[in-house]
Write a new protein. Structure first.
Length: 115
């Protein structure tokens, strides 16, 4: 069973920063693209940022220039650095790993940005 573990969420004031971390199994981590999604209650889960096994990245328009996704294949970790946070960034953030067979999800970490 593949398990992903997020950490780093919390409460922050608007304009502040948070760094989310996600640990993945080492046996398959470096072969697969990883992503960060977020979901607000009552809304669909949306892609925030993604990174390929080779390090290419993509971002939702709403976070471009503020968020940075990165991965450390030696530590089997993927990160999301979030700067200049806005109240509309408030959501549960999920780590995702996409394999040829299926997608795997973490349990989610709450990010709350206050005004």
């Amino acid at each position: 069973q593949v398990q992903l573990g997020e950490s780093g969420g919390g409460l922050v004031q608007a304009g502040g920063s948070l760094r989310l971390s996600c640990a993945a199994p080492g046996s398959i981590f470096r072969l697969n693209p990883m992503g960060w999604y977020r979901q607000v209650l009552g809304k669909q889960r949306e892609l925030v940022a993604g990174i390929t096994s080779g390090g290419s990245t993509k971002y939702a328009d709403s976070v471009k220039g503020r968020f940075t996704i990165s991965r450390d294949n030696a530590k089997n970790m993927v990160y999301l650095q979030m700067n200049s946070l806005k109240p509309e960034d408030t959501a549960v953030y999920y780590c995702n790993m996409l394999t040829v067979l299926r997608a795997y999800w973490g349990q989610g970490t709450q990010v709350t940005v206050s005004t």
